[in-house]
Design a protein around this ligand. Structure first.
Ligand code: SMG
Ligand code: MG
Length: 388
């Protein structure tokens, strides 16, 4: 069945701006603790920011790629290259003056590289909104001033004991839901222990990052057993393209299936929902190519009664600010991977996001409401892609 046409969300108009400069700013930021998923172990972020000068304002966006193409096919060196050689030249091919809403259209001829294009969309929009003195959250139609904070807990080096200690600590801090990473061999025993520790009422979900093989009986047996634990959702058990397998097992399991890596755009979301492969969608603005596409997915899910939430990619305050604005929009009904800065970094690049009563405040300033502090970018690698 063809997906019904899902209209483009209409955002308020903004005056066109003239791009004066575009620069890549790349800096490494250590994580406070290693973050291990089924696809690898990260101890730092290789952060790639885009800085845009337009209409007398500076806009920022964060490319949320991982350093290696293990979460999806994008990776940070590739994103820097495609921005330099394709996306930025294409953006200005018809002139440097453009409306912020025009960015996705101008980039339409280039296939994929959604994380790179999303960051460019946010940076141009941030500059345009700052020039107009408007908040991103208001521009997107945010309905709340704070968003509930979940936390994503990696597979700890120290195994089950360390997992329980970390989760107890996060609950003490006030996090409202726990997402634990699983992989074959680290699934049933740790999640049983966690459920035992936190009790039946804590919002507990798991994320496999596509590590399970639907053709492997032992993998399926582990997932079947997890189904007894009252999990809020099972995120992306199988590979991104295994929609039919997700649907087949979703029909057997009580635990709702949430898709992350499978969803690249609104068509994927509608298709997965209509085939019964997803009960919940994780929206990451980078993974789907930007804010406009995120809202399109939100709208399609809302029309079909499917809850969505805002996923994370270990963003610094730049990317987090955009995530929090998105998470504050109508339809984002489940807590996201919107944790406080100190869950990731000893010192964030921006003023930190702070957990208050289990929530993060939506930034109050214009644009995304955060800027990287100059002193934290000392030593960053800078590449100018467009000069005045
Ligand atoms: O930002 O707190 C965060 C991380 C959330 O677990 C998280 N993201 O598949 O959902 C996911 C993972 C991918 C992270 S890889 C950098
Ligand atoms: Mg995920």
């Amino acid at each position: 069945m063809n997906a019904p046409a899902d209209p483009t969300p209409s955002l308020p108009a903004l005056p066109a701006v003239t791009l004066e400069a575009v620069e890549l700013v790349r800096v490494r930021v250590p994580l406070v603790r290693a973050f291990t998923t089924s696809f690898g172990r990260q101890t730092e972020r290789d952060v790639l920011l885009i800085r845009v000068e337009a209409a007398g304002a500076t806009g920022w966006g964060e490319v949320v790629t991982t350093a290696a193409p293990r979460y999806n096919e994008e990776f940070t060196d590739g994103a820097a290259l495609v921005l330099r050689d394709h996306l930025v030249p294409q953006l200005v091919a018809d002139g440097r003056t453009l409306g912020a809403a025009e960015v996705p259209g101008r980039l339409a001829g280039i296939v994929g590289h959604r994380m790179a294009r999303a960051a460019l969309e946010v940076a141009v929009l941030d500059a345009g909104l700052r020039a107009a003195g408007r908040r991103l959250a208001d521009h997107l139609g945010a309905v709340v001033d704070r968003v509930p904070a979940g936390v994503s807990v990696g597979i700890p080096d120290g195994g089950i004991g360390e997992l329980c200690t970390q989760v107890a600590g996060y609950l003490d801090e006030g996090y409202l839901r726990i997402k634990a990473k699983i992989e074959p061999g680290f699934d049933l025993a740790p999640m049983r222990a966690l459920r035992e520790l936190v009790g039946p009422d804590v919002d507990l979900q798991v994320d496999a990052n596509a590590a399970y093989d639907p053709d492997d009986a032992r993998h399926l047996a582990a997932l079947d057993a997890l189904d007894e634990l009252g999990l809020t959702m099972l995120e992306q058990p199988f590979a991104a393209n295994r929609i039919g397998d997700h649907a087949r097992h979703a029909a057997r399991w009580r635990t709702p299936i949430c898709l992350d890596e499978s969803i690249h755009d609104v068509h994927d979301a509608v298709d997965a929902v209509e085939r019964g492969a997803a009960h919940i969608i994780n929206i990451k603005l980078g993974r789907v190519g930007g804010l406009v596409e995120s809202l399109r997915i939100r709208d399609a899910c809302r029309a079909r009664g499917v809850p969505v939430w805002c996923g994370g990619m270990l963003e610094t305050g730049v990317g987090r600010a955009a995530n929090v604005a998105l998470a504050a929009c109508d339809g984002f009904v489940l807590p996201g991977d919107t944790s406080a800065s100190d869950r990731y970094f000893a010192t964030d690049l921006t003023d930190p996001f702070v957990l208050e009563d289990g929530h993060l405040a939506v930034p109050s300033g214009p644009g995304i409401g955060r800027v990287p502090a100059g002193e934290r970018l000392v030593g960053a690698e800078r590449t100018s892609l467009l000069h005045p």
